[in-house]
Write a protein that binds this ligand. Structure first.
Ligand code: PSU
Ligand code: MN
Length: 310
C-alpha cells in the first residue's frame, strides 16, 4: 500500500508536515494527552519540545497532534505546545470525544486512540508515545478498558510505546490485544516491557530487532489489507529503569488512593499517573521522560525505514 494519501481537508497541518507527506518523507506523530494530562508543568513542555528535536535529529518530521480551537492540528508550534502544557481547559480527548470538542470549538489533548485516528486521516503511519492504555486492574467489575485497544484493532498506524504500566492488568491487556487482531512486537527483547521497567514477567508474542524488519512487517500487514495497528514495544534503557519490585507498592498505593477518591472513567489514568509522580518524589517522571526520548529515537528510525520501502 502506498503511504502517500491526501490528508483529510478538515485537518490543519503545518507546512513542514504537509511537505514531508507530499514527498513521502518520514513523519512521526506524537500524542498530547501525555503533555496535558500525563506530566506536570514545566516538565511536560520540556519533554514535548525535546521529543520533537530528537525526531528531527533522527531525520524525520515530528507532528504533535491535538485539537486547538476546535480544529484538529497535525504539527504544532511552540505556542501550541505551551498552551497544551498550561491551560486547564484542555480536555482529554479520545476518539469518542473528538466530535464534541471540534463542534464546540474547544481545546483537546488527544489520547493514543484519538492520535492514531487523526494520524491515519493525515496519512501518517508511525506514532510515538510513552505508554498505551489497556485493561485496568479490576476491569471485571469496572469494565475499564481503554479505547486505545479498540483503536489499535481498527486503524493502520504503528504505535511505539514502552509497553503498559502495571497500573493496568498487563496479562489481560495482552489477551485483549490478541482477540482484537493486534500484533504486539517487542523490540530487541523477548519480554513485554512494563513501562518503568524492562520486565513484566509476560513474554511478547513477537520480537523484531531492526527498524527495517519493523517496516517490512508494516508493509506486509497493510498490503494484505489486514487493517488495524501494530503495537511495537520498546523497553526502557537499563540505566533509566526503575525495577518492577520498587514500583509495585507505589502502584498499589496509587490505585488504593484512586478508589478512596472515587475516581473513575476518563479521570482514572491521569489520576494514577499524577499520584505515581507524587509518591516517587519525581523519580517516575525522570524515567517517563527517558523512555519517551528512547521511543522517539526508534520512531524516527522506523519511519525512515518505512519511507525507504516506497
Ligand atoms: N499511560 C501512560 N501515560 C499516559 C497515558 C497512558 O503511561 O500519558 C495516556 C495516553 O494518552 C493514553 C491514555 O492513550 O492515557 C489512556 O487513557 P484511558 O486509560 O482513559 O483510555
Ligand atoms: Mn478508561
Amino acid at each position: 500500500m502506498n503511504p502517500i494519501r491526501k490528508p483529510h481537508p478538515d485537518l490543519v497541518l503545518t507546512d513542514e508536515v504537509t511537505q514531508a507527506l507530499a514527498d513521502g518523507a518520514p513523519v512521526v506523530a506524537l500524542e498530547s494527552t501525555i503533555i496535558s494530562h500525563g506530566m506536570p508543568y514545566p516538565q511536560n513542555v520540556e519533554m514535548a519540545t525535546e521529543v520533537e528535536r530528537i525526531i528531527r535529529d533522527g531525520g524525520a518530521v515530528p507532528a504533535t497532534i491535538a485539537v486547538l480551537d476546535g480544529r484538529p492540528r497535525i504539527g504544532l508550534d511552540a505556542q501550541g505546545l505551551e498552551l497544551l502544557s498550561t491551560d486547564a481547559d484542555v480536555a482529554k480527548v479520545s476518539v469518542r470525544d473528538l466530535p464534541y470538542v471540534i463542534a464546540r470549538g474547544g481545546h483537546g489533548a488527544t489520547t493514543v486512540a484519538a492520535t492514531m485516528r487523526l494520524s491515519a486521516l493525515a496519512g501518517i503511519s508511525v506514532f510515538v508515545t510513552g505508554g498505551l492504555g489497556g485493561v485496568h486492574r479490576g476491569a471485571s467489575q469496572s469494565f475499564d478498558v481503554s479505547a486505545d485497544l479498540t483503536e489499535l484493532s481498527l486503524t493502520d498506524v504503528i504505535v511505539i510505546s514502552a509497553g503498559v504500566k502495571s497500573i493496568l492488568d498487563i496479562g489481560l491487556t495482552l489477551e485483549t490485544l490478541e482477540t482484537l487482531h493486534v500484533p504486539v512486537v517487542a523490540y530487541g527483547t523477548d519480554e513485554f516491557p512494563a513501562f518503568f521497567s524492562r520486565h513484566s514477567g509476560h513474554l511478547s508474542p513477537m520480537r523484531l530487532d531492526s527498524p527495517g524488519e519493523v517496516a517490512e512487517m508494516m508493509s506486509a500487514k497493510w498490503r494484505l489489507g489486514l487493517s488495524g495497528g501494530i503495537s511495537l514495544v520498546n523497553p526502557i534503557r537499563a540505566e533509566d529503569e526503575i525495577p518492577a519490585s520498587e514500583m509495585d507498592h507505589v502502584i498499589e498505593q496509587a490505585i488504593a488512593d484512586m478508589y478512596s477518591a472515587e475516581i473513575h472513567g476518563k479521570e482514572a489514568t491521569p489520576f494514577l499517573l499524577g499520584r505515581i509522580v507524587e509518591i516517587t518524589g519525581g523519580a517516575s517522571l525522570t524515567a517517563n521522560i527517558a523512555l519517551v526520548n528512547n521511543n522517539a529515537r526508534l520512531g524516527a528510525e522506523v519511519a525512515s525505514a518505512y519511507a525507504a520501502l516506497h
